[in-house]
Design a protein around this ligand. Structure first.
Ligand code: FES
Length: 594
């Protein structure tokens, strides 16, 4: 029996999809379509090509971004997949951010990339989008955009670099960048050797091949179900990466053709349970502290607040199972050889919500069952033999961090996790650069290095400056680690006893602002405590003496910096622009089994 279709409803429907979607406003709909087709035909497209579902593919390639050096080849593979499935691929550029080519810091540009990506997806006629990103801030920016827009997307990372050897020592960006730079500062290796190492740390295109921010985010996105299984770990230059790209293109067309596009929208996939799974994996892989800020920002755009105490509680039950630097010893290519992220998730099954839907169309539990796992494993441990007994991150509180601070204790020195020391304070990044190596600096190995005004507003952009260098005279005396605290971030590839993201930041007159040289500070990770041992009367006196945040920040009259410094939120909310965050109406992520 055939059912008569309503022509008006059909016309309305077709205006929501493909080439007819989001027509430019000239006041004449038919003319808008006529004009759009006339122009796009200049590219040689036929009418039949233009009738297909349109799959947008973000192009984050840039000569400044070696982490995205394989993007042209990935795009070719994604386009191939889109066309195999009957779609029309349309590649469009967005901002590309590379960690070491972003002044003052890449985080300063993340929200700009999110705005750019969101509005390009909104304004161009796309039925689904493949988000190609990789370097630290790029996938978070894309996910923030996708969360705000809520059309079907698949994320695919560019994948990690391969490693190489230096005199028999395996090297990778950028844990070993810091390790070798530390040796150089301590006088253990000479200029010639550090120059040689410089040429080996990034031997292929791709993202940093340790469990830095890029790898962490890729693992969390795969766990949360917004990318296809296998995409987090396959190295950037391996054939598998391009086969996965092709598959992603094919799947994007299937999502675009799904009767109800909301079925696989980011809002449908990134549920509180899926976010909790991602946070569980963050702990279990010894992942980057930065990822906590990024996932908080993505969740906030969905109206979901990530509670730091819940994140801490989650970590008390989940061991670190992946033996990758900086918490362990190996690299992403070894995780790939062990079966990739799905092999980790198999070990984590009791801690995961397995019924979460993924963009593949299967649940996470089904994907885990389908995954091929290596029998000879090198880096993935079983729960009874973890590389660290609890999760990688801990949330600290105390009078120095009323809204929280974070430490990656899996990559810290065990003997410093409980420590009381004298504060040696640097008031800014400039002050740090000026004095840290001074022979006159009054500092001992037991002191606590304190960096102020390096937070979201203060720096601005919350640079990865929390990994304060060990003062040269101490480094040369053999000191490898000290307690360091700040409102800054730290590269996910870094290691040490480093307290980060102190909130509120010092530029907002948070308590960090009134620490003075010689104050005693207590760090006790087992008690989750970061405490300044100064009495309340003295603290009040210091607060009264502080200038107002507005006076201290010297915000310019105009420009992006003004937008940034007047609207960026604190780390516990995700450092997004405040006008991009809806009120938190969603259910907070939930703890498995509670
Ligand atoms: Fe791009 Fe590390 S610098 S991922």
């Amino acid at each position: 029996m055939s059912v008569a279709k309503d022509p008006k409803a059909q016309a309305n429907q077709s205006l929501q999809t493909g080439i007819r979607k989001g027509l430019t406003r000239y006041g004449d709909t038919e003319f808008s379509l006529f004009l759009r087709k006339a122009f796009i035909k200049a590219m040689g497209y036929s009418d039949s090509a233009l009738e297909r579902p349109i799959i947008g593919i973000t192009n984050t390639y840039s000569d400044f971004n070696p982490c995205h050096g394989n993007v042209p080849q990935m795009i070719e593979a994604i386009k191939r997949g889109v066309m195999q499935a009957g779609g029309m691929p349309m590649v469009f550029p967005t901002i590309s951010i590379h960690e070491s080519f972003a002044f003052p810091t890449s985080m300063y540009l993340r929200n700009l990339m999110a705005l750019d990506t969101e509005e390009m997806m909104r304004s161009q006629p796309v039925d689904a989008v493949v988000l190609v990103g990789g370097c630290d801030k790029t996938i978070p920016a894309q996910l923030m955009a996708a969360a705000s827009l809520d059309i079907p997307v698949l994320s695919i990372p560019t994948g990690p670099m391969l490693t190489t050897l230096h005199q028999g020592d395996r090297l990778g960006a950028c844990t070993d960048c810091r390790r070798y730079w530390g040796k150089f500062r301590a006088g253990e290796i000479d200029q010639e050797e550090i120059d040689e190492v410089n040429g080996k740390l990034a031997p292929t295109t791709g993202t940093c091949m340790v469990m830095g921010t890029a790898s962490t985010i890729a693992c969390m996105v795969e766990t949360a179900g917004l990318s296809l299984p296998g995409t987090a770990a396959a190295p950037a230059v391996m054939a598998e990466r391009f086969r996965l790209s092709e598959l992603t293109g094919r799947r994007a067309v299937e999502l675009a053709k799904t009767a109800d596009q909301k079925t696989f929208s980011p809002r449908a996939i990134l549920t509180p349970k899926a976010l909790t799974n991602a946070l569980t994996v963050l702990h279990a892989i010894g992942g980057s502290t930065n990822a906590l800020i990024h996932i908080t920002a993505v969740a906030a755009r969905l109206g979901i607040k990530i509670d730091l105490d819940m994140v801490d509680q989650l970590g008390r039950n989940v061991p670190v199972l992946v033996d990758l630097k900086p918490s362990g010893a190996h690299y992403m290519e070894h995780l790939y050889e062990d079966g990739g992220l799905m092999a980790v998730l198999r070990e984590l099954k009791p801690h995961l919500y397995l019924d979460c839907l993924t963009v593949s169309g299967k649940t996470l539990g089904e994907e885990i069952e389908d995954a091929k796992v290596s029998k000879a494993r090198k880096v993935i441990r079983i729960s009874s033999d973890p590389i660290y007994p609890v999760g990688g991150l801990a949330i600290l509180r105390g009078n120095l961090a009323p809204r929280g601070a974070v430490i990656k204790h899996s990559a810290a020195s065990p003997d410093l996790l409980k420590h009381r020391g004298r504060a040696v304070v640097f008031s800014s990044l400039e002050d740090l650069a000026l004095r840290i190596d001074s022979p006159d600096l009054d500092v001992n190995a037991d002191d606590i290095l304190v960096l102020q005004n390096a937070g979201p507003k203060g720096a601005p952009g919350m640079p990865e400056a929390g990994y304060l260098p060990i003062p040269k005279k101490l480094a040369q005396a053999g000191v490898k680690d000290m307690v360091r605290i700040s409102d800054a971030r730290m590269s996910g590839t870094a290691f040490g006893t480093i307290v980060l993201h102190i909130t509120p930041e010092s530029a907002e007159n948070g308590p960090l602002a009134f620490v003075r040289n010689g104050d005693m500070i207590v760090l006790d990770v087992s008690q989750r405590l970061l405490q300044l041992e100064v009495d309340d009367a003295e603290i009040r006196k210091r607060i009264d003496a502080l200038a107002s945040p507005a006076e201290r920040l010297a915000i310019p009259e105009s420009g992006y910096r003004r937008l940034y410094q007047t609207t960026v939120t604190q780390a516990d909310i995700g450092c997004d622009f405040d006008f991009m965050v809806p009120s938190m109406t969603g259910t907070a992520p939930v703890l498995k089994g509670r």
